[in-house]
Design a protein around this ligand. Structure first.
Ligand code: LRH
Ligand code: MN
Ligand code: MN
Length: 424
């Protein structure tokens, strides 16, 4: 289904007066509202193709109905999100969960919804039917050269799919590691992984980047070969200028200071992109901003500081992606919430008075420094985000409109109640 523009216009018309009342505080009182609105309009967050269906857990799955049954329907779903919020203008594919059979046709279908293809994700953490070698004991790190080669070939194949779609980056996440002490020679596993990555790196087109995603644990529970930002940065540095670290917010040990990691990676010019989600315990893949919104704000605070220091373009110089899974919510509603949470944190971080903050730091005024951050964080920026959406042609209240239009019911009507999307 495609969302007609008049439905959004009708919704906005009805909500306009109340919206303008809230917005007037900004336009009357705040000097830099306009540049913030413009930055919000430019900022796009890629939706992962695997997050459009119900993920479940390893204990069970409760599909909600009307889930996309094909890549085409996934693109349609992201098109719906983008029509509603005008901020989800890209889709990130996982191969082989979503193999485009006809790259050209898929690319033009996506373009018809105003979507482009963000990072391509390879998968060497599961065995596929008819696969010659098993990844039970790893892929790029494997002791057997034939297994490594199979994983390298897969990554090169993913790059080819990406080229056909107009993507310009590859995300490599490896489940490689070990479950028990003694199982693995850490150094040799690292070196084999490095060699394998080097072969993948050699196959990257000139304008491509590779993102090395780290994760502290799961599915290996004693060691992960790319277990933290240190290991990822080592790989990225050894690989070369097209290689970067990717930060997934759920991939750290408890209480890690992610904002500091972000700051240092940016300083090194090696932060490539993000997988946004939220978590209370581990890789929970919960809705962005649902558990630790202040942490999200602090991360954006470092992102802006570090990107501005390097003259980077906020919208285009990093890969912004969501990586989520849904157990009890409608995936589309959840994704609307996640995108909005990212925009709110971004807008709040844009409000931080940076020169006052540096002054407070130089004066060792700890209280003032904290106040400056919290002043921005405690500001209600929802009218700014809504205004950015409205100006871009999106809905003032995307979630409310999604419900008013009974979009899920319509999707169930089209696709059926029992549908299972491919993915986790
Ligand atoms: C691993 C991960 C990685 C995968 C995705 C499905 O936990 O975050 O990004 O590609 O989940
Ligand atoms: Mn991830
Ligand atoms: Mn993850």
């Amino acid at each position: 289904m495609q969302l007609e523009a008049y439905k959004i216009a009708d919704h906005n018309q009805k909500a306009l007066e109340a919206h303008q009342r809230k917005l007037s505080y900004w336009t009357d009182e705040i000097a830099n509202a306009e540049p913030i609105i413009q930055k919000l309009i430019d900022f796009q967050i890629a939706i992962p193709s695997w997050a459009l269906g119900t993920g479940g857990t390893r204990f069970g799955r409760f599909p909600g109905g009307g889930e996309p049954r094909s890549l085409e329907e996934k693109i349609e779903d992201v098109g719906l999100l983008h029509a509603l919020n005008q901020s989800s203008g890209a889709i990130s594919l996982h191969i082989p969960w979503d193999i485009p059979k006809d790259g050209e046709a898929i690319k033009s279908l996506a373009a018809s919804f105003g979507l482009r293809f963000d990072a391509m994700n390879s998968n060497t953490f599961q065995d596929q039917p008819n696969q010659q070698h098993s990844y039970k004991f790893g892929s790029l790190q494997h002791v057997d050269r034939a297994v490594r080669q199979q994983a390298i070939d897969h990554n090169i194949d993913v790059i080819k799919h990406g080229v056909a779609l107009g993507s310009t980056s590859l995300t490599v996440w490896l489940s490689d590691g070990s479950c028990f002490p003694g199982q693995l020679n850490f150094r040799k596993a690292f070196e084999r992984t490095q060699e394998s990555l080097q072969e993948i790196y050699a196959a990257l087109p000139d304008d491509w980047k590779v993102f090395v995603e780290y994760k502290a644990f799961e599915p290996n529970f004693y060691s992960m070969t790319v277990g933290d930002w240190g290991a990822s940065l080592l790989f990225a540095n050894k690989l070369g200028p097209k290689a970067y670290t990717l930060v997934d917010l759920g991939h750290h040990l408890p209480n890690a200071n992610i904002e500091q990691i972000v700051s240092l990676l940016l300083m090194e010019g090696k932060l490539g992109g993000f997988h946004f989600n939220d978590s209370k315990y581990g890789d929970d893949d919960l809705t962005v901003g649902s558990i630790r919104p202040y942490q999200l704000f602090l991360i954006f605070n470092e992102l802006i500081e570090g990107m501005d220091a390097k003259g980077m373009n906020h919208a285009t110089d990093l890969g912004w992606m969501i990586d989520a899974s849904h157990n009890v919510k409608d995936p589309l509603e959840d994704l609307l919430q996640s995108v909005e949470a990212i925009q709110l944190a971004y807008a709040q971080a844009l409000l931080v008075d940076r020169s006052a903050l540096e002054e407070a730091r130089d004066a060792n005024d700890v209280v003032k420094a904290q106040e400056i951050l919290q002043e921005a964080y405690r500001t209600d920026v929802r009218p700014l985000v809504a205004e950015a959406r409205r100006r871009a042609g999106g809905a003032l209240q995307p979630l409310a409109l999604f419900r008013q239009l009974n979009i899920r019911q319509q999707l169930i009507g089209e696709r059926g109640l029992k549908t299972i999307a491919t993915g986790l």
